[in-house]
Design a protein around this ligand. Structure first.
Ligand code: HEM
Length: 482
């Protein structure tokens, strides 16, 4: 029989799902012209977006002025977008001009061919096998931090945790990447971290600003930024001078660190790599390597400061791994610090320094059954999936052993895809091996020799979003363990 198809027959033809449009997604109530701008505070952006996800569901939109922004906390959708780079997604397009005018448009913010070239250099230099030869230096820097904390314990004074930890991470990055030990841990002067600390929040507020007012007039905070950029540029120029002198003395020896690789590339004919690119990448590595790692350790300390039993367990684990030593003695010792790595990962999961990854669609694209028009900002929330019991058993509990091997009683079969603290896809964090090593070295050193407690009510420590999520008002003190 021909003619009109029966309804049964029609069901056999797979229906092509029509993608949902952004307008079909849930959205918080918006005002005309302003959209949801009146509800957004750059310092609490992550918290507002997470609150909307809890209320509206994992994928929704909000309005930045009249412009829709797509937000998702769905792991599959987030991973599809992160992996589709540099193909159909890029970083949020406001990031590149903001970093370029500050002179810090390096690997994190560049796009296209420039990204490929820079990625290669940085990823090779930060690969795990490079870290073994760097280990003795990291060990020495960790011991300086231990001595600083010992002084604080001896004096029974409150420690300035964030300051100490950023000194530690900047000393580490500068020595590994630029070959210069700046030893801010043992100096008390006007250290470079103070200036770096000005730049990150300013990138954050400018990237999310409704109008680029600073191109027309400057507020006191913009003038302060300019001073910090000048100070950091002088610091970088000093690094470059130092590296050039060494290269001259070494008569064509292979480059010893990332800065020397970049300078050699800068000098190669037609490399297209300029002085500005060298400077921008020095800055990028200092910025990317400082707050992220320091704040992740600080969040771990914040959480552990309220859990005496876990501190005792970590002390025992440190004694097992280190014996009489106060810090890991060899690279192989560091491999035995699984529980400390687990503690760092739990802190990153519960208190993510990267709660929000911001991308933009380069063309019209369908993502998770949703039609995303070209140019739409795509915001990925990393925490909701990490707190979901379907991804982690008892997801809201701090359980370092869930990250260690089964033999040590760990591995709860969690969904590793739901951990997006280092991003994913071709642009995942190239510093994650270094960061992981730094975090476990510091935590093992800490719990081998000290116990820690909060000076204030831990609830008074607040999350502040300044490109990375920092603990505000973290006040702690140390007690030495014999
Ligand atoms: C706990 C510490 C750290 C965290 C949580 C972290 C997190 C991230 C995240 C989420 C991204 C974006 C990834 C993506 O778009 O898929 C990123 C990129 C990056 N990170 Fe890290 N990071 C950390 C430490 C470091 C360190 C120590 C360095 C280097 C010294 C570093 C250098 C970079 C660079 C250069 C990029 C840009 C990569 C690219 O766009 O190709 N990070 N990081």
């Amino acid at each position: 029989m021909t003619g009109a198809a029966s309804p049964k027959r029609l069901e056999l033809v797979p229906a092509r799902a029509v993608p949902r449009r952004l307008e079909d997604l849930p959205a918080p109530r918006a005002l005309p012209w302003l959209g949801n701008l009146h509800q957004l505070d750059a310092k609490r952006l992550h918290a507002q977006l997470e609150a909307w996800a809890a209320k509206l569901g994992s994928s929704y939109t909000f309005k930045f002025g009249s412009r829709p922004v797509f937000v998702t906390a769905d792991v599959d959708i987030a991973l599809s977008a992160l992996r589709d780079r540099p193909g159909r997604f890029r970083r949020l397009a406001t990031i590149e001009p903001v970093t370029a005018e500050m002179g810090v448009n390096g690997l994190f913010s560049v796009e296209g061919d420039a990204w490929r070239q820079q990625r290669n250099i940085v990823a090779r230099a930060l690969a795990p096998h490079q870290l073994e030869s760097f280990f003795p230096t990291l060990q020495a820097i960790t011991d300086r931090l231990r001595r600083r904390w010992q002084q604080s314990a001896d004096a029974a004074t409150e420690a300035n945790i964030l300051d100490d930890l950023t000194r530690f991470t900047v000393d580490t990055t500068a020595t590994l990447v630029f070959g210069k030990d700046i030893n801010t841990l043992e100096s008390d002067g006007d250290v470079i971290q103070r200036h770096i600390g000005v730049i990150f929040p300013k990138i954050n507020s400018r990237v999310s600003a409704f109008l680029p007012y600073w191109r027309f007039f400057k507020l006191p905070s913009d003038r302060k930024l300019d001073q910090s950029l000048d100070a950091v540029r002088a610091f970088a120029e000093d690094m470059i001078r130092h590296a050039r002198e060494r290269m001259l003395r070494s008569h064509g020896e292979a480059p010893r660190n990332i800065l020397e690789v970049m300078l050699a590339l800068r000098d190669a004919p037609e490399s297209g790599f300029s002085d500005d690119d060298v400077y921008a990448n020095i800055m990028t590595l200092l910025l990317a390597g400082e707050d992220t790692t320091a704040y992740s350790i600080a969040w771990a300390m914040h959480i552990l400061g309220t859990d005496r039993d876990l501190q005792v367990r970590l002390h025992k684990a440190a004694l097992d791994a280190l014996g009489d030593a106060r810090i890991p003695r060899t690279f192989a010792d560091a491999a035995k610090l699984g529980l400390f790595e687990g503690a760092a990962f739990e802190a990153m999961r519960l208190r993510p320094v990267a709660p929000l990854l911001t991308l933009q669609a380069k063309e019209d694209v369908e993502l998770g059954g949703i039609a995303i028009p070209r140019g739409t900002p795509v915001f990925l929330l990393t925490r909701p999936a990490a707190l979901d019991d379907s991804n982690y058993q008892h997801a809201r509990e701090f359980r370092p052993e869930r990250w260690v091997g089964r033999r040590e009683g760990g591995r709860d079969g969690h969904n590793a895809r739901a951990f997006m603290q280092f991003g994913a896809g071709p642009r995942f964090c190239p510093g994650r091996y270094l960061a992981t090593l730094e975090m476990k070295m510091v935590l093992a050193m800490l719990f081998r020799s000290f116990c820690i407690e909060h000076v204030d009510d831990p609830e008074s420590t607040k999350e502040i979003f300044a490109f990375t999520m920092m603990p505000h008002r973290l006040r702690m003190r140390f007690r030495a363990i014999a």
